[in-house]
Write a protein of this length. Structure first.
Length: 95
């Protein structure tokens, strides 16, 4: 039984750790690009950033998404305070 489990573990390791060598043909590369033919403005900039540098795209995403979340959160707080909902104090309204 240990020999069978060792063989299964070895096969599993090959499938998990070496998929390129097992499944891909040599010399062919997959190129991931965004289609920018019908895009304009911000969408075109975003797609071109993805096409030019995946690192720059990832860094821009990491900066933009939390920034948008912070701005939307502040706008929601401002809107609720103008509606009369006070989020600054933590007193329970039900007794």
């Amino acid at each position: 039984m240990p020999k069978l489990s060792n063989k299964l573990f070895g096969l599993l390791a090959l499938l998990l750790f070496f998929p390129v060598q097992l499944l891909a043909e040599e010399g062919e590369h997959i190129v991931l690009v965004a289609d920018t033919r019908n895009l304009h403005g911000l969408e075109a900039w975003w797609a071109n950033l993805y096409n030019e540098s995946h690192l720059a795209f990832a860094l821009a995403t990491v900066v933009i998404i939390p920034s948008c979340g912070a701005v939307l959160g502040l706008l929601a707080d401002w809107g609720m305070s103008h509606l009369g909902i006070d989020l600054k104090k933590r007193a329970l309204s039900e007794h």
